[in-house]
Design a protein around this ligand. Structure first.
Ligand SMILES: [Zn+2]
Length: 236
């Protein structure tokens, strides 16, 4: 089923003719923007599923809003460099600054937001001041409690799974109740990223701040804990 799915539905969008698992490394690392829908920042297949889920949520009075989907390598690098500058200006050592960045943000080239499969979702109805992507909004009487429960119950019906779950055995990025992935595609992209050993290409960019601290052992650790530190629902 998977092979059929990729060859018929996905490969024409991605423009690949070779083995279905042989995804282009530029695509996997956020350097091939043309395959993503400009309007929603999602692959066409994912956009269809998201719009279906959005219609279903609306019937339950929840307005699913996609606040972040596709993010290019260049955008992720700006996020990284901005945080690196801020944390080192606040007095953290480069090593500590990097540890703090990777609580929530990825190294450019390794973001799941590079694939057009992952979305940060909020409810557009409650008005929330300031940063909308905070765990506290999903807790207690927070504005997104209803959204969180709805997604937990219904997202899988539309092919979406929470990635960074609240699970003590999971390492890497902190709990992100807003970050969902279209798992049929992203599972394949992650396997390809790992099989093609793309982690070795990270840190070769001299304009990435702190890149000299991204040693081989750091990157291997980051691969095991951060990139692979995802929901058990997404493990093959
Ligand atoms: Zn996200």
């Amino acid at each position: 089923m998977t092979r059929f799915f990729f060859s018929v539905l996905l490969l024409p969008f991605l423009g690949f003719s070779q083995d279905a698992h042989d995804f282009d490394s530029a695509f996997l690392m956020g350097q091939k923007e043309d395959v993503i829908s400009a309007k929603h920042g999602l692959l066409p297949q994912v956009e269809i599923a998201f719009l279906q889920m959005q219609r279903a949520a609306k019937k339950d009075s929840i307005e699913l809003k996609n606040v972040s989907s596709y993010r290019s390598y260049a955008v992720q690098k700006r996020i990284w460099n901005r945080k690196f500058e801020r944390f080192t200006n606040e007095g953290l050592s480069p090593e500590k600054a990097i540890q703090k960045i990777i609580e929530y943000s990825t190294l450019p080239g390794t973001s799941r937001h590079h694939w057009g499969t992952d979305i940060d979702i909020i409810d557009a109805q409650p008005s929330v001041e300031g940063d909308v992507l905070l765990e506290e909004h999903f807790l207690g009487n927070g504005p997104y409690v209803k959204l969180g429960l709805w997604l937990k119950k219904n997202a899988a019906t539309y092919g979406f799974e929470l990635v960074y779950t609240k699970d003590r055995s999971r390492k890497g990025f902190f709990y992100e109740p807003w970050h969902y992935t279209y798992s049929a595609l992203s599972t394949e992209f992650l396997s390809s990223f790992i099989e093609e050993n793309l982690i070795e290409k990270i840190a070769k960019d001299s304009t990435l701040l702190g890149s000299s601290y991204l040693t081989e052992s750091f990157l291997n650790h980051y691969l095991e804990e951060n990139i692979k530190g995802i929901s058990i629902q997404l493990k093959e």
